[in-house]
Design a protein. Structure first.
Length: 283
């Protein structure tokens, strides 16, 4: 699908997520991915984290009414082709997001909504109150066009511990029962696959495996954020869900392939492969 011509307004996508002071995940990663995927990114910040490549040492939730106001202000003026969520911190913020999204028509029967159920950082630091898990199940997933849990999030939300492909299929069924139109169970943490990373898309009837190479790197910070943002970008550009998920898979494979070291811990995946052409041209 062609990108917008120069001077025309590109599709718009809203990320509803927290910050990452190290720049590898959160809204920083979302906006980079969105730009690389040809859309204009907008932001509703849910929390401010204190983190680097080693750990998340603190985070501070934004007042729920401020989160809701960001969503409504952007949607009613700029207009949106899709939205996605990231770190949502706690139940009051989730409830405020649901109310705002309902008021402006964001959700599976309106503007496509991708739910990335961020519960912890890749270091294991909690980013979601335990009490908020039920809000995901009962409030967010029924409104989702697509939910994109990784295997740790599947374990927390669905109680399914995935160690093999058969359990990944079972997890997709359990996650789908929470109400999303589609669910994508990501296989990056499935270590029985040593050479391949298989994500599994399920629509209640059909399973679709999306395989990709597994890279020997510890620099995968922000991969979930990037993939959800790429998929939301595809939806905003007019793709249907399977097309957008395949688009997101192609994007994330290259972003991990071009990941780079940063600091003393886990470096980020990189969108620079998608945007480097212009600065590599001779002046």
């Amino acid at each position: 699908m062609a990108l917008p011509t120069v001077g025309t307004t590109p599709p718009r996508v809203l990320t509803i997520a927290g910050t990452d002071s190290g720049g590898g995940a959160g809204v920083a990663a979302d906006l980079r991915a969105m730009a690389a995927c040809g859309v204009h990114g907008c932001v509703a910040v849910t929390a401010v984290t204190v983190q680097n490549t080693l750990r998340v040492s603190d985070f501070h939730p934004i007042p729920p009414e401020t989160v809701a106001a960001q969503i409504e202000t952007v949607a009613t003026d700029i207009g949106l082709g899709a939205a996605k969520t990231g770190m949502l911190a706690d139940t009051p913020i989730i409830e405020a997001i649901v109310g705002a999204c309902d008021r402006v028509g964001i959700g599976r029967d309106g503007i496509p909504l991708v739910i990335d159920p961020v519960a912890a950082s890749m270091h294991g630091d909690p980013l979601l109150a335990d009490s908020a898990l039920d809000a995901y199940r009962t409030l967010l997933f029924p409104r989702a066009t697509l939910a994109t849990p990784n295997l740790d999030e599947v374990r927390l939300l669905a109680g399914v511990d995935v160690h093999d492909r058969a359990a990944q299929y079972e997890a997709a069924k359990v996650m789908y029962a929470f109400g999303p139109e589609y669910v994508l169970v990501k296989g990056g943490h499935l270590r029985e696959d040593t050479d391949v990373c298989v994500d599994l898309l399920y629509d209640g009837h059909t399973f679709t495996e999306l395989p990709g190479p597994r890279f020997d790197t510890g620099n995968t910070h922000g991969s979930g954020d990037n993939m959800a943002s790429a998929i939301a970008s595809g939806l905003a550009r007019g793709m249907d869900v399977p097309e957008a998920v395949a688009f997101g898979k192609r994007y994330i494979v290259e972003a991990v392939r071009h990941s780079y070291p940063l600091g003393a811990g886990h470096g980020p995946i990189s969108p620079l492969w998608a945007v480097r052409n212009w600065w590599e041209q001779p002046s």
